[in-house]
Design a protein around this ligand. Structure first.
Ligand SMILES: NC(=O)c1ccc[n+]([C@@H]2O[C@H](COP(=O)([O-])OP(=O)(O)OC[C@H]3O[C@@H](n4cnc5c(N)ncnc54)[C@H](O)[C@@H]3O)[C@@H](O)[C@H]2O)c1
Length: 253
């Protein structure tokens, strides 16, 4: 097992990519802390993991757009766990898909930056406070392929681009403490939220069109992303830091 004896905090753990990552980390021997603003959905993920034989799983809900929730989350982790070895920052989403730049709305733009970028920076800050004295840490942040730019996703792509540069800065600062910091940049991933928001037909058309554009002729599964997170969180990646791995089936090469 690749994560035996390790404690991992996974944010966005109730979502498509987060729940899959939590399941895979647990099956690889990690003690998993599930955090998300959706408490009941987190509890359902916990039950699912337990039904698969994973008994080392805890739910700690938090709204990661609130600094006080982040401080409470890490304080609870500090008092209930001897260490925090792995942080996977997955919570995120696009609250401002707009077609033209003139439609950018201050509140929605702020929500995108708060949810995707500020929560990631603050969770990393708190995790480093625990990891630094223990001289061990693996941090995996969730960017997106749109970090390269995406008209129609102005503030979302900016927040994911921010994660790209923050990841590199933090990797430079934390290497001396044996803390690696990397990011994942997936293209379109097949997660339930799309069908819920768009409806089945629109989602299938969108997924099919994307798959046609990608050299590997399919979109990503949550497992594709979770396995890359597993690699970066494991000691197989102990000499890799400051990198962004595109999980894109070759899109935008
Ligand atoms: N699905 C894709 O195509 C895709 C592609 C690239 C990047 N991503 C990124 O992957 C991550 C996971 O997305 P997903 O596809 O699993 O979607 P998802 O909506 O299923 O998961 C996102 C999770 O974040 C949680 N969340 C939202 N706001 C929160 C808050 N304020 N505090 C705590 N948790 C909060 C949600 O409750 C949800 O469980 C996101 O950061 C997203 O931007 C997704």
């Amino acid at each position: 097992m690749r994560l035996s004896g390790k404690t991992a905090l996974i944010t966005g753990a109730a979502g498509g990519i987060g729940s899959t990552t939590a399941g895979i980390f647990s099956s690889e021997g990690a003690s998993v802390i599930l955090s998300d603003c959706k408490r009941d959905a987190c509890l359902a993920v916990e039950s699912e993991i337990r039904s698969q034989g994973g008994d080392n799983v805890t739910v700690m809900p938090a709204d990661l757009t609130r600094e006080e929730d982040i401080l409470k989350l890490f304080s609870e982790i500090g008092s209930s766990h001897p260490a925090l070895d792995i942080l996977v920052n997955i919570a995120g989403g696009d609250h401002e898909p707009v077609a033209d730049v003139e439609s950018i709305d201050y509140e929605r733009m702020s929500r995108n930056i708060d949810l995707n970028l500020k929560s990631c920076i603050l969770c990393c800050r708190e995790a480093c406070r625990i990891m630094k004295p223990l001289a061990y840490g693996r941090i995996v942040n969730m960017s997106s392929l749109v970090y390269r730019g995406s008209p129609g996703q102005f503030s979302y792509s900016a927040s994911k681009g921010g994660i790209f540069s923050f990841t590199r800065s933090l990797a430079m600062a934390m290497g001396q403490y044996n803390i690696t910091v990397n990011a994942l940049a997936p293209a379109l991933v097949d997660v339930p939220v799309f069908q819920k928001v768009l409806g089945r037909d629109k989602w299938l058309a969108m997924a099919e069109a994307a798959a046609e554009r990608y050299p590997l002729k399919r979109i990503a599964s949550p497992e594709d992303v979770a396995k890359a997170a597993l690699f970066l969180a494991s000691d197989d990646a102990s000499f890799i830091t400051g990198q962004v791995i595109e999980i894109s089936g070759g899109a935008r090469l």
